[in-house]
Design a binder for this molecule. Sequence first.
Ligand code: WT7
Length: 634
Amino acid sequence: MSSSPHPHTFRLSPVAYEALTDHAAAEPELYWEGESRRLNWNAEPSQAYCEKQGWFADGALNASVNCLDRHLATRADQAALIWQAEDADRVLTFTYQTLHEQVCRLANVLRSQGVQAGDRVAIHLPSVPEGLIAMLACTRIGAIHVVLFGGFSAEAIADRLVDSGAVLVITANVGRRGAKRIAFKTALDAALDLHPEAHTVRHVLVVSVTDDDVSMQADRDIWLSPLLKDAAPDCAPQDMPSSAPLFLLYTSGSTGKPKGIVHGTGGYLVWASYTHELVFDHQEGDIFWCTADIGWITGHTYGVYGPLLNGGTVLLFEGMPSHPGPGRWWNVIQDHKVTTFYTSPTAIRALMREGNDVVQRYDLSSLRVLGTVGEPISHEAWSWFNDHVGGGRCAFVDTWWQTESGGIMISPVPGAVREKPASATLPLPGVHPVLLDERGTPKGGATEGVLCLKGSWPGRALTIWNDAALFERTYLQPYPGYYFTGDGARRDEDGYYWITGRVDDVINVSGHRIGSAEIEDALATELAIAESAAIGIPHDLKGQGIVVYVVPRDDAPDDLHLRAAKAITSKVGRYAAPEHIHVVPDLPKTRSGKSVRRLLRKIACGETEGFGDLSTLADPEIVATLISIIQAPK
Ligand code: WT7
């Protein structure tokens, strides 16, 4: 492997990296036992992995102690969290000492509200420090956090509260978005009113982000800040078994119902620390900015756990990339001397459009590592980010992973792995990808296939909440002996991986996973719709956009488009709003009644020929009908 083209000094040399890879492959048990020493254990695990019991099974530890307490001796006055408010003049810095204190106070508040180890606590907050504090406060007392993305609709929130059995919710009166206010508390109220019998929420703690008033239900809702003031600044941590769930995080799959992915404590934390250090070349003094919302796994692993476990400094930004004007993000990097910047291809595509002169106005020389995640990045976006933001000086890590993997799986390692624009490059030491053909046979050399993983790794999800059988069916049974990722990939002659996208019915909109079935289930609740199909098509900014076909019942109302759109945004959320809704008389189906998505995709992309053999369709004529509807001037 050629040496790094970058002027920086990175932690790992190509030789050292190769030694890690070899060691992890040859002696996995020893390798992971070594890596487990990144953490402080109350009971050291006697074994790294065992198929029956998972990772570090007989170990015991506390997550918040690992993120905070154990740094106090050496880093008490170092910034752990820098919060940049939307208002440029407002910055809050929490040192490890003050963050520890805030976390303990909130943990005490949770205990005083009756929350016990193993209980689920939902967190529904905008990008304010309380989000990170709440996550760690839960872990302090062994409660399982369930962060709910701010963009979810009331119904989506309600479903997740019921499924997780949350006993308490931490929310905000509102979120700030420029001059707009996002009604967090009102959305939660609506969610709690939807299934009053089914949910188990006893208390709602409300963070006052602004002084906006909201309605408070006397026996249920409490403003958080007075409680925090009165709470003790110290809180004895709960000792937790390594395999205890640390958090649930809901994600979409090919079935309609979102799945509560369960991550464990010991294995997940080892993976968060290991991957953060390796992939982001973590060094003393780094300022780490991950732009993902804490409502997604990226915000969990790299917005909170990874950097704090490694004694780093996290930057959290409340605002948007281009508010109040273009260049806001670059301004934040300049002001806080960000060294490590982790974002999404979607954001890069949008920022690219603002033009190069915007970026050039800022001093971005503090940057050392740039990272992307969530979707394949194009060569063009990769080069723009690398050249104009990174000034050609930075390491670039295109990181492939997923909610279920807990942390990064395939990615360059700065200084050690030669990058190729738009390739996620090589698996991290200890990760073993395979490409399979349709029959599940591994393919060797340069090839393309279904991306699976051989063996386990510490960050792997434990199960799906309330549905262990679904976990088996989704990830372990499709290709026996392997973990099925849902993605397809190509491997080139250098062994580099190029992710080609989902092979299941999951649509990736701006890096957010949305299941076709989730949208179709939402549409099924609209009585005027007989059936529907949702598919993803390429979209310049979002990566993929959603197109839906709806078949009306006989007496279709005139406002069917509107009703369809509303069914989706109210059941799923604003982020799932479709680009196009086509009202059609029928869908192309096989004789056994299965919609043929391949055809629906082609038609939605404006293709008019090359559909192949249509004779297997129940009604081959339908293809021409759909084409004429989609091509008709609107
Ligand atoms: C899916 C996982 C991992 C945190 C963000 C998304 C796609 C992820 C890449 C990448 C190409 C990528 C895959 C994956 N994906 N990273 N670097 N290149 N595709 O987490 O919501 O669980 O989605 O995102 O399709 O399966 P997620």
